[in-house]
Design a protein around this ligand. Structure first.
Ligand SMILES: [Zn+2]
Length: 130
């Protein structure tokens, strides 16, 4: 391959690494992520402040334990979700939103609409799950 041609090809690749998504769609996704982030922050803050009412009866205490465990599980999921959302917002700011973190290819818009915080494309995701 001649040198001039290689440079031309490199230029084309640079052009192609531009955000593959419509800026309007990214803006919509960003707003959806921000409101979800705010909602989760409020919810997580509320759960911390919520005082646990203590009951005298043993059965009530047993129920309370399982409820608190369920609450912790839910809280853990919400915290993880918040981390994912914040990471997605950072990728939007960095201009890397919508690119698979594993293979670098654009993630399908349908997947991003359903899961805006998705880190990998459907192909890589299904490979990981196997
Ligand atoms: Zn991928």
């Amino acid at each position: 391959m001649r040198r001039g041609r290689a440079q031309g090809a490199r230029y084309l690749i640079e052009q192609r690494t531009m955000p593959p998504m419509d800026p309007k769609m990214i803006e919509g996704v960003r707003r959806a992520l921000e409101s979800e982030r705010d909602r989760l922050r409020v919810e997580l803050a509320e759960e911390v402040e919520h005082p646990r009412v203590s009951h005298g009866a043993q059965t009530a205490a047993a129920t309370e334990v399982s409820e608190s465990q369920r609450g912790q599980q839910l809280r853990g999921r919400e915290e993880l979700h918040l981390v994912q959302i914040e990471a997605a917002l950072k990728r939007i700011e960095a201009g890397a939103f919508g690119l698979c973190q594993t293979c670098g290819k654009p993630i399908a818009p349908e997947r991003l609409e359903a899961l805006p915080w998705a880190l990998d494309c459907v192909d890589c995701h299904s490979k990981k799950r196997r």
